[in-house]
Structure formats: C-alpha cells, structure tokens
Write a protein that binds this ligand. Sequence first.
Ligand SMILES: Cc1ncc(COP(=O)(O)O)c(C=O)c1O
Length: 396
Amino acid sequence: MINEEYKAMLGGKSVIRELSEYATARGKEIGYENVFDYSLGNPSVPAPADFTRTMVDLYEHGDPVAIHGYSPSLGIPSVKEAIADSLNRRFGTSYTGNHIFPTTGAAGALAHAMRAVTKPGDEIITFAPYFPEYQPYVNGTGAHLTAIPADTASFQINFEAFEEALNPNVQAVLINTPNNPSGAVYSEATLTRLASILTAKQQEYGHDIFLISDEPYREIVFDGNAQPYSANFYANTLTCYSWSKSLSLPGERIGYVAVNPAATDADLLVPMMGQISRGTGHNCPPSSIQLGVAKVLDETSDLSVYETNMNLLYDALTSIGFDVVRPGGTFYIFPKALEENATAFCLKAKEYDLILVPSESFGVPGYFRMAYCIDTEKVKRSIPALERFAREQYGL
Ligand SMILES: Cc1ncc(COP(=O)(O)O)c(C=O)c1O
C-alpha cells in the first residue's frame, strides 16, 4: 500500500518550486529575460576558479578509485581536520576533525543534527519567518515544530513570545542566521540573550536544550559586517553549514555539522550521526567534492553582486512606498505586501511578470520574499515593473 502521508503532501508542494516552474514556463512564452523571476534561492554567480582548478586537478591527477570511492561514514579525516582548522582560525573555536560531520548540504546537516538531539514526540522551536522546508525536515524526525511569531520591527527574535512558548518538552531550538527569507543577521545582543534564556531553562528543566544553528548564508553579510558565530555564545550548539551559497555549489550537495567541543557528549555526537545516516540515506557525501572544498575553505564566490542588488531593490522599494526592513545579508528581501493577503498580492504581481513568493509558508502573513540572486541588469529592468504594479494596483 502506498504511504498516504506522502501522497497527501503532493497537494502541498513547495510554493517556491511551483513559482519557479511557472517562471520557466512563462519564460518559454515571452523570453526568460522578460520574466522578473525572484522565486528561487539559486546562486547566480559561478564557483571560484580555484575550486574548478582543484577539481580538474583531482580528476586528472588524483587516484580515481579514491576520488570516486565511498568516503568513510564519518567523512574523510583530512577534510574534517581542514574544516576544523579553518573554523578555529576564523572564529577562535577549538574544533578537531572529530567534531565535524560532512553532509549532503545544509539539508543533510539539519537531518542529522535534529535526529541526534531529539526523539519522536519532542518539540523543536524555531522563529518566524523561517525556511518553509523546516516543516518537512522536522516532520521526518517525528518531532514537532513550533514557530514563534516574528518580530516584524527588525526580524530579530520575539523573545517575549519565545519565553512564553518554552516548556520542558522543548529539546532543541533551530535558528537561521543570516535569515532566509528576511535577510536579518542575528546580532551579538540577540545571540547573547538567546543563550542566557536557554542556559536558565536547561537548569530549570534539568536537561540539555540544543541550539541548531543553520548558517548556509554565513558569508553573505553586507556593509562590511560579519555574522557573529552562534556557537561562541552557547555551548550546546550544533552548527549546520553548506557551501551551497558561499561557493555557489548547491547542486554538489556538500556541507557539515560542527559539534561544539563544549557541548554535552560532544565526542559522541559525530559517531552518532554516522549511525543516523544509515537510516536517512544521506550517507557518505561525494568523496571528490569533500576533497575539492577542503582546498578552498577560506574562499567564496564573488558575492558582491548580492549587495549591489539588495541596495538597488531596497532603495526602489522604499521610494515606491513599501514597508521593508533593510536586509543585513543573504540574497533575500522581505517587504510587507500592499494588501493583507500576500498570496493575492503575488498573484496580481504575476500579471506584471514579477515572480514574488508570498510569505504564508514562511510563517508570517502579509509579506513577500524576493530572491535577488539574479543579474543586476534584470533587477534594474524590474524596477519600472514594480513601480507600475504598485501604481496600477494599489495607487502608490
Ligand atoms: C535557510 C536554509 N537552510 C537550509 C537550506 C538547504 O541548503 P542546502 O541546499 O545546502 O541543503 C537552504 C536552502 O536554500 C536554506 O535557505
């Protein structure tokens, strides 16, 4: 018998994917250059040349049996050491290779981190707005996801609502900074306050509460700022990372979980994830890509286009009259829609070939997301369409 739960999910496919498919189909009709497709978070800049050269060199001169072979189930030791060293250099941490678990992207990292510190029936708290895939990720673990309403003034954390929601069943708190979809970069003050609440609650409840910090946009931060490193604020932190965005490698499916050495049972968590991967099927990420990224750990793609695009859009949106919090990073912006029903708003925008993602699936009503990982030239051409849309539909 087929599984009714997954069958039911067919009726609730990812809104983002559906919009992206619509944009592709519309592009076939009118030319993709005429579709202002702000739907999908797919990087628009190439991986750095050093990564390509490393891969070519590996393929030409490496041992083909090793390159294409299974990696050890806990990852390639030299790669894990290199990742730990890079993190220690950049963030003053004290990881060893044994604290690093290579995974298939951030999605694979989250699958392992969640399972390592929760069991079915437990509660995981996250903060709106949040990446819509968190719901299926958590469903797959058997835990329950609770979303704390957004702090729409800044898209930091709504601490009052968080403290009200905390209860002894909460075993993990899931954050994403820099944030998809708001572009907010959690500040030192936010991370300090979060850590102090969690520390107090651990004591009160008499059990650990793990912080799962999802950071695939860590390197995309604007105005010369940097994302404070969450694990430096709270011992029980599992950092989930991928090179999908920083090195523009989403299709290569490569990332890791870094277990803070100061966490409870830190030495057990990576071997446990090796056991978890036997069941998830997210096991042994490609050996060649593990070896490749290990050579370019301190590099990124040229990410500057995202800041250029953000500034163009932020200025245009605010001058049109949109209410929008300026993103501190990522390649997303999250303005308030011009009517309460964000889905209706985005449907109207489609008539202007503006593909915008309504906010309901991010856990916040009345907003929309634009993924501006597209050519700057197209961003510029989309501004008159945005102006016309706002004027004709909403009199702005
Ligand atoms: C917040 C967030 N977490 C996780 C992921 C999944 O990342 P990956 O493609 O590396 O699995 C994404 C992808 O867009 C994301 O935006």
